[in-house]
Each structure stands twice: as structure tokens, then as C-alpha cells.
Design a protein around this ligand. Structure first.
Ligand code: FMN
Length: 215
């Protein structure tokens, strides 16, 4: 039987979040939650996150990317610098991330600006990827219109032939990492009767101000 959207309802009861649970800085608290998501078998792809950017037309756009590193400064992901998101980040480095770990009834919202990571760090990550992913990154003109799937397969084949015999592949310049450096991070834990717990960290000079928000 088809479910009515208006009847879909889940009472969140997986946990509560208290001020005393929080670290002084949001990256430390994020790391705790992230480790819990990673070790929870009910969470697939805990590192999947929605990245939102804003184009020169001032319109936001979102897509999923994978978190591939956490530094003292922020959140690292890899992509094609010439993609739509790459172009938008070039024009406007302000961006937002969103994690939704459904099994844990937890959301994390992150806002800040991105910077490209050092070329050597992108090189090292590119080298660590399986050869197929490396070839895909070289071959795919991400976000560009292409005639059909066959075009992509032919392009991949062509690159594979060109690279035959090369044991290591060089990272193409158009592909690499960004780090999102946060100035706002919010942790949300679903609560019963919609009394969710929300704590927001806002950067203030070298410190973070932490406030509880109404759900
Ligand atoms: C689970 C998942 C993980 C993804 N991870 C990445 C990623 O790490 N980097 C990336 O460039 N695209 C990734 N994608 C593809 C993006 O969502 C998107 O299609 C692509 O980056 C092009 O976006 P753009 O045209 O807005 O630049 C992922 C998609 C999904 C569904």
C-alpha cells in the first residue's frame, strides 16, 4: 500500500546531546561523532556529505562528495577543479557541508570558506587511489555535457592506452583537494516529540562561542 507523505513520522529516540558532551572546538567534537558513525554498521558511507556552493548568479547548488581528511583546520575533499563546483568555488570560496547520519539521527552543518590544499598533498592522495579511479579522474571532463556513454568509455580507453607501461600516473592539474575551514558548525541530535538538541559553534577570534539553539 502506498504511504501518504503526510503520515510519515519517526520519533527520534537514539540519544541526547548536552553542553557537557561538547569539546571546546568543533573539529574535536566532529571527530568524536565521525568515529562513532564510522564504527556503526548501520551507517553506510559515513564520509558522504552534501557540499553547497554559490555561483556568480547568487544561486546555491548542492551535491554529495566524500570527506577524505580532517585536519586541525578543517574538512578535506577531492574533486575536479574545472567542474561546476570548482568554478563556483573559484568565484566564491564560501561553502557549506551537511552530514546526515540517519541511523544515529544526527546532523552536522558546517559553514566556512574553502582553500585548495597544497599540490603535494593532492599528489599524495591521487597516488593512493586505485589505478581505475586515477584514470577516471584524468579522463572525465566533470560537469561538461558529453554526447553519450560511449564517448566516456572511448576517452577512458584512449587514456589507458596512452598510459600503458607507466607504473605511476601523475595527478592532472585540474584535479585535487580543497579544505573547508569552518566559521560555524552545528551539531543536531534528533529528540523525542521534536525536542531536538542543537548546539552551534561560531568562531570568535581564536575561540569558539557555543550556544544551544531551539529546535
Ligand atoms: C556517494 C557519492 C560520493 C561522491 N563523491 C564525490 C567526490 O568525492 N568528489 C567529486 O568530485 N564528486 C563526487 N560525487 C559526485 C558529485 O555528487 C557530483 O555529481 C560531481 O562532483 C559533479 O558535481 P558538480 O557538477 O556540481 O561539480 C559523489 C557522489 C555521490 C552520490
Amino acid at each position: 500500500m502506498k504511504k501518504k507523505l503526510s503520515d510519515l513520522r519517526l520519533d527520534y529516540q537514539k540519544g541526547i546531546l548536552e553542553r557537557s558532551h561538547l569539546a571546546n572546538d568543533p573539529i574535536t567534537h566532529f571527530s568524536t561523532w565521525f568515529d562513532q558513525a564510522l564504527s556503526d554498521e548501520a551507517v553506510d558511507e559515513a564520509n558522504g556529505m552534501v557540499l553547497s556552493t554559490v555561483g556568480t548568479d547568487q544561486k546555491p547548488s548542492s551535491r554529495v562528495v566524500l570527506l577524505k581528511g580532517i585536519s586541525d583546520q578543517g574538512f578535506i575533499f577531492y574533486t575536479n577543479y574545472l567542474s561546476r563546483k570548482g568554478g563556483e568555488l573559484q568565484e566564491n570560496p564560501n561553502a557549506a557541508l551537511n552530514f546526515w547520519w540517519c541511523a544515529q539521527q544526527r546532523q552536522v552543518r558546517i559553514e566556512g570558506h574553502v582553500e585548495k590544499i597544497a599540490a603535494e598533498q593532492s599528489d599524495a592522495y591521487f597516488l593512493s587511489r586505485p589505478r581505475g579511479s586515477q584514470l577516471g579522474a584524468i579522463a572525465s571532463p566533470q560537469s561538461q555535457p558529453i554526447p553519450d556513454r560511449a564517448y566516456l568509455i572511448e576517452r577512458l580507453q584512449q587514456i589507458e592506452n596512452e598510459m600503458m607501461g607507466k607504473t605511476t600516473l601523475k595527478r592532472p592539474e585540474h584535479w585535487g583537494g580543497y579544505q573547508l575551514i569552518p566559521d560555524l558548525v552545528e551539531f543536531w541530535q534528533g529528540g523525542s516529540s521534536r525536542l531536538h538538541d542543537r548546539f552551534r559553534y561560531v568562531r570568535s577570534g581564536g575561540d569558539w562561542i557555543i550556544e544551544r539553539l531551539a529546535p
